[in-house]
Write a protein that binds this ligand. Structure first.
Ligand code: NI
Length: 213
């Protein structure tokens, strides 16, 4: 991800998340799950966006389901595809071991590049990871509002032309409960908890096992 200068507005936007994280930090005997917990954080709000099939989808469309929400963009050269692959590999394992619980969990990819990520582009992208992954896009204004409500920072970087740029963005795989309240950050970049193999989707799987009931 390219460098991104945070201004004061963005820092204040991030503060609920930082507060939530610092409130859970501290004790050395806490599990990694508790350190990543987001209970009570102001993350998420109702929205209406467009899915990979061109259908309108709202946050309430997922009522009653846990939601694993990842913000990124399909042209991302490195971080997004690796994270999404880990998330969806973990989801596939979770589905195999606990099909009933996996059915209650919806993985969602929301683009921060609405200019290039049309529904058709998103469809190709999400399908490559899993038939269970939903991709959402919208107008630049809609995406800006959703990103703000979900405490995600993004902006164009290395702009070489109207269709040739990178997007610097926060790396935030959020897990929400069936009411749409934030539960935790899923440890997608975690080298692994004590109980699982290093550098594998198992850290994500362990988090799903822990939180999805
Ligand atoms: Ni990315």
């Amino acid at each position: 991800m390219a460098g991104y200068a945070m201004n004061k507005a963005l820092i204040s936007l991030m503060s609920p998340l930082l507060l939530a994280l610092s409130a859970c930090g501290g004790g050395g005997d806490q599990s990694s799950f508790e350190q990543g917990a987001l209970a009570g954080a102001s993350i998420g709000a109702p929205f209406t966006l467009t899915d990979q099939d061109g259908k309108k989808v709202s946050w309430d469309s997922f009522k009653g389901k846990y939601r694993l929400v990842y913000f990124g963009y399909t042209y991302c050269p490195d971080v997004c595809p690796v994270d999404l692959q880990r998330i969806m590999q973990a989801y596939a394992k979770f589905e195999k071991q606990s099909p009933a619980l996996a059915a209650k969990l919806q993985p969602i990819f929301i683009t921060v590049d609405p200019e290039r990520d049309t529904p058709a582009v998103l469809k190709n992208y999400v399908t490559a990871f899993s038939s269970r992954l939903i991709g959402l896009t919208g107008t630049p204004e809609e995406i800006a509002k959703v990103a703000k409500d979900f405490v995600v920072i993004y902006g164009k970087a290395d702009e070489k032309g109207p269709k040739d740029y990178l997007i610097s963005h926060s790396r935030t795989p959020y897990l929400f409960d069936p009411d749409g309240k934030p539960i935790a950050l899923v440890p997608v970049d975690d080298p692994g908890t004590k109980d699982v193999d290093e550098g594998s989707p198992d850290a994500v799987l362990a988090a799903l096992d822990h939180w999805v009931k």
